[in-house]
Write a protein that binds this ligand. Structure first.
Ligand SMILES: Cc1ncc(COP(=O)(O)O)c(C=O)c1O
Length: 372
């Protein structure tokens, strides 16, 4: 079996598994309890927050633990916009965001009278900082863009947008779910106000993530307890938090080696594909972890099924509902609704845990299927 769907979720690292196992066995107290067991858990929670803050070059009070990317995005977008709606009701985002950004914005538009400008990639398949600059209005209160696209691996110009927003009152939310653990990210230097992350995308456990918050005030999303500075009620999932921080530390310790390895794996795959007919769906700036590749005349849903029968897991990258692959809104934004790419493209998403042999097997199997 070969797993090349790491943008959907990653296998956990052994660092994360062993850190979590130890906490599950030894530190089961509730971090809010005042007795010894609780204090022990509380200490681990404080240390984990401190370590995570350190990895992001910030202070622990800026880190809010959540259940993952979806909750972080919803908290930042809905929590910030509802809190500050008296200052303006205009939001800027991009057409290539994850649904966990587009739908909370849609919710604000439909239920609270917000207006949204959705930026489309230009003819070079790029979202530019100038597009953001031109879309800014006096009543814009939030700009939300992703760091790296989950379907194509395309990088967005985060630092440039952050720079533009330094002279505007709008807050900047960055969905960094596909970037954290792959790039060194220092949100304070980048001018980011909210940054969303999810542990299961960087070899940590599922159902845990965090939201970095610079200083902006936001309405809590979950009510009913004083945890997380009264901004996110509910007993903290300590084992998952410990697993997440261990995973991130491990990734950041090996950032360059991991990047180089994944780049090499992608190259091995493409070298092996030489001679077959394919195209890549890419922007100008790319991370090597995601390769979106299309095969003229081949149906992507059938390709996925055939690969699955051979024990290889990849995806189209777009959402799957009840086992049916939906057309990608990201590729639609890049290439238009009529583009055959929407039905011919698949996503290979690579982790440093993959091997060269796996990449060669994928290429050979694909070639057999497409007859090239
Ligand atoms: C860019 C992006 N944002 C948000 C999410 C949602 O994260 P989670 O699965 O932790 O809710 C994903 C997951 O696919 C993603 O790729």
């Amino acid at each position: 079996m070969i797993y090349l769907d790491n943008a959907a979720t990653t296998p956990m690292s052994s660092a994360a598994i062993s850190a979590m196992t130890q906490v599950m066995q030894e530190t089961y107290g509730n971090p809010s309890s005042i007795h010894g067991h609780g204090r022990q858990a509380g200490k681990l929670l404080r240390e984990a927050r401190q370590e995570l803050a350190c990895l992001l070059g910030t202070k622990p009070q800026h880190i809010f633990f959540t259940s993952g990317g979806t909750e972080s995005n919803n908290t930042a977008i809905i929590g910030y916009c509802l809190r500050h709606q008296n200052r303006g009701k205009h939001i800027i985002t991009t057409a290539i965001e994850h649904h966990a950004v587009l739908e909370p914005i849609e919710y604000l538009v439909e239920n609270f009278g917000f207006e949204v400008t959705i930026l489309k990639p230009d003819d070079n398949q790029e979202i530019t900082a100038d597009q953001v600059k031109n879309a800014l209005r006096e009543d814009t209160i939030l700009v939300s863009t992703m760091y790296v696209n989950n379907e194509t691996g395309t990088l967005l110009p985060i630092a440039e947008i952050g720079q533009i927003l330094k002279v505007h009152s709008a807050a900047y939310h960055v969905d960094a779910v596909q970037a954290v653990g792959k790039l060194k990210i220092l949100p304070e230097e980048l001018g980011i106000d909210f940054l969303s992350a999810s542990a299961h995308k960087f070899h940590g456990p599922k159902g845990i993530g965090f939201l970095y918050v610079a200083s902006s005030d936001f309405d809590p999303y979950l009510h009913g307890g004083d945890q997380e500075q009264k901004k996110r009620a509910g007993t903290e999932n300590l084992p998952a938090i410990i697993g997440m921080v261990a995973a991130l530390k491990d990734d950041i310790d090996h950032l360059e080696a991991n990047f180089n390895k994944v780049q090499k794996l992608q190259k091995v795959f493409l070298t092996e594909m030489a001679g077959s007919t394919y195209y890549l769906n890419q922007g100008k700036e790319q991370l090597p972890y995601v390769l979106n590749i299309g095969f003229p005349g081949q149906r992507n849903d059938l390709l996925l099924l055939r690969l699955d029968l051979e024990g290889i897991s990849i995806s189209t990258g777009s959402a799957c509902t009840a086992g049916v692959v939906q057309v990608s809104h990201v590729l639609q934004a890049f290439y238009g609704e009529e583009s055959p790419r929407l039905h011919e493209s698949v996503r290979v998403s690579i982790s440093p845990q993959n091997t060269e042999q796996e990449m060669i097997t994928l290429a050979k199997t694909l070639k057999n299927i497409i007859g090239g």
